[in-house]
Design a protein around this ligand. Structure first.
Ligand SMILES: Nc1ncnc2c1ncn2[C@@H]1O[C@H](COP(=O)(O)OP(=O)(O)OP(=O)(O)O)[C@@H](O)[C@H]1O
Length: 296
């Protein structure tokens, strides 16, 4: 568990009229931690974050950010950088003017030129927001998260619409923020991005946590998977492990002892000169944990 917490949520409830969107949710995010809030559509992630960011008032429960109420904007806001799904910059402002405005609103110290470099928009500094491509707009949104290296950064679907180079560059910048001590809260439907980076994950479904923990903790109840094809011509010796044939002709082995079973399988293939076509082996993916929501 984290030592110093930056976010403390205790029994948070949020209702929209009669609709109970967030139900008794409790979690903490520690200083310097990378926390991913994930979940099914309509699970309540955005609602939860809006309360933490001070945009919405909880129906009941306690939320503290840096030990303060999120509504204490004057003391809390300068310490957070929030990259929303859409920032809504004025279309007539140039990129440079927009970043300048971000800086003024954030009350943090930084230079527009440094931030232009971090979000890779130097060549577009004089371009109006209305003339940016979707990916360039997203990179401008990211400037809100990096201007002045905030202590707490919220990233809401940060890589949507970004090409692979821009994604890599964005994650490099997030790594840099972490090196500088920033705490990161991510929401995304790209589960791989969370699986690779998050220290802990809160997996929401229907207003509450389905599971919470490290990736290893979330995936440990589901088996890892080995899959491969074998040549169809000629007899094939009996497999050393129990496998399941798939409709695409591949064989799938589910295992809680990935390394041992993979070793057994490779030994068998070597001994019998069998080619394991398209061999893939890997730990349980978060996708599988998601698919299991509602089944357990
Ligand atoms: N202003 C609102 N008024 C009424 N209901 C709302 C309002 N905002 C959200 N909801 C409902 O609350 C639930 C949670 O919505 P929320 O946007 O927090 O989910 P989410 O986890 O962010 O979903 P998604 O992954 O689809 O973006 C949904 O059922 C949504 O329809």
């Amino acid at each position: 568990m984290p030592t110093t917490s930056v976010i403390d949520v205790e029994r948070l409830n949020l209702k929209y009229g009669d609709f109970h969107a967030v139900k008794d949710l409790s979690f903490t995010v520690g200083q310097g931690e990378f926390y991913a809030l994930l979940g099914t559509n309509g699970a309540g992630k955005t609602s939860t974050l809006e309360v933490i960011e001070g945009h919405r008032t909880a129906t009941s429960g306690s939320v503290r950010v840096f030990g303060q109420r999120p509504g204490d904007r004057a003391s809390v806001r300068p310490r957070m950088g929030i990259m929303l799904q859409e920032s809504g910059f004025a279309p007539d402002l140039t990129v440079r003017e927009s970043i300048h405005l971000i800086g003024r609103l954030s009350e943090r110290q930084d230079t527009v030129d440094r931030v232009l470099g971090v979000v890779d928009l130097k060549p577009k500094a004089g371009t109006k927001v209305s003339q940016l491509s979707g990916g360039e707009k997203r990179r401008l949104d990211f400037a809100t998260a990096v201007f002045g290296t905030p202590e707490l950064v919220f990233l809401d679907e940060p890589t949507t619409g970004l090409d692979i180079q821009s994604r890599d560059a964005l994650w490099d910048s997030v790594d840099k923020l972490r090196e500088d001590g920033s705490t990161i809260v991510l929401t995304t439907h790209y589960l791989e991005e969370a699986q690779q980076r998050a220290d802990r994950i809160g997996l929401m479904h229907q207003g509450t946590f389905h599971k919470e923990g490290t990736v290893a903790e979330l995936t440990q109840t589901l088996p890892a998977v080995i899959s491969f094809g074998i040549p169809s011509s000629g007899p094939v010796p009996r497999l050393p492990l129990r496998g399941r044939p798939e409709s695409d002709g591949k064989i799938v082995i589910e295992t809680f002892s990935l390394q041992k079973d993979l070793h057994t399988l490779l030994g068998w293939a070597q001994d019998h000169a069998v080619e394991l076509r398209g061999l893939e082996a890997g730990p349980t993916r978060l996708d599988d944990v998601f698919r299991a929501i509602g089944n357990d």
